[in-house]
Design a protein around this ligand. Sequence first.
Ligand SMILES: Cc1cc2nc3c(=O)[nH]c(=O)nc-3n(C[C@H](O)[C@H](O)[C@H](O)COP(=O)(O)OP(=O)(O)OC[C@H]3O[C@@H](n4cnc5c(N)ncnc54)[C@H](O)[C@@H]3O)c2cc1C
Length: 436
Amino acid sequence: MEPKIETTDVVVVGSGAAGLFCALNLPPQLKLRLITKDEAMNSNSYLAQGGIATLKSQDDYDAYFEDTLRAGHYENSIESVEIMIKSSQGIIGDLLGYGVDFAHDENGPSYTREGAHSTPRILHHDDITGQEITSKLLEAVGRCHIDEFMTMVDIIAKDNICRGIVAVDRQKNIHIIYAKAVVFATGGIGGLFRFSTNFRHITGNALAIAIDHDIVLKDISYIQIHPTALYTRDEGRRFLISESVRGEGGILLNAAGERFVDELQPRDVVTEAIKEQMAKDNSDHVYLSLRNLDKDAIRPRFPNIYQRCLEEGYDLLYQDIPVTPAQHYFMGGIKTDLEARTSMQNLYAVGEAGCNGVHGANRLASNSLLESLVFAKRAAQLIADSLGGIEQKFPAIDVSRYHDLTDLELKHKQLIMDEIKKRDRDFYDKWCRDEA
Ligand SMILES: Cc1cc2nc3c(=O)[nH]c(=O)nc-3n(C[C@H](O)[C@H](O)[C@H](O)COP(=O)(O)OP(=O)(O)OC[C@H]3O[C@@H](n4cnc5c(N)ncnc54)[C@H](O)[C@@H]3O)c2cc1C
């Protein structure tokens, strides 16, 4: 079948928080193509439970900055962290403008706390903050403008300048979309792991494409394993038990019912402690207990988590739940500057797909939605300012290698796993070898 050839100003790939917010911040007169691999709602942003961190007052600036760096093992980009924190109040204002509703009482916003935050500074909407944010952003974008079930399989690039993308739709038609600017907002790599809290279809396609085109990457072995996913013997996505459950006082117990770690340490520290404990107990899980918390407060604070655990046969009010670590977040990615520019001209990467160094070696809880929004907006602003000077070109492209999507996914996985192995053999052996 002949490919469909299209021309636009900007292509945004992905409909999570980063892609939607980038699209919303582009000037309406630009021709925009927003495509996404699955249903528009099926993004990791939608799954976010805990919330979105923000600078609640100037007094908290130093502590927020230090918490972010401490969690990131001081490998963070200082400039990125400064920009993220300083932009946070403006971003929250934007979200409120789109109708996002955060928990509050008569005195103002009600902030919650998560692991490694020294104070409550996280805005949330029950335990479905991501759903609240993405559904309001989707409403603003207008679902009809999003091409669902359209998978980017490659970029069109010549002389290190990006000229558009190649995508495949649900009917397996190939689309060549020429554009002056392309924004990768394709999220992380969780779908490559057997146990992950991420959607299965989020498999790092943009990262593999970047590797294939020699685009510069950063920190790609910095992959966060979340300490507490609900343990189940079933295959598929693992249900996350948000950090805020521990933030509100939930405790971790070993097989003998004893505490074995300070639950509010950074995620990587708690994950390691759980892994060691599982080995000592010769078990594939430990337990999370909320039995010491006020029973009347649990259900209203964690309605989604409570319900999901009940469906799995655990009543959080009275039973400890089995939990285990699972792949959760990708700190590394395609290297970007502070405006989300990659090493290839006219190509941007925002959200989890990109890496501006804000998270360092380990992400502080609830910084990722914020980071996605802050830098997606900056990318949109730069694209708006620079697009006029870009001459559109239409290099020819051979599409014969894009017909077999399953084969392409396998090749992408191989490219990514090989690259992680090259960067950090220890991490690969510990967390990736069984997945490759
Ligand atoms: C269970 C869970 C809970 C979380 N809780 C929190 C939290 O409380 N606070 C917080 O700050 N962060 C949280 N996070 C992390 C956060 O939600 C995401 O990391 C962040 O929102 C990333 O947004 P994104 O837009 O970059 O990617 P995503 O939201 O993952 O969106 C990626 C998009 O790209 C599309 N896509 C992928 N590949 C292709 C392709 N080849 N072609 C076309 N489209 C493609 C996908 O379909 C999807 O629409 C959580 C993550 C998970 C999984």
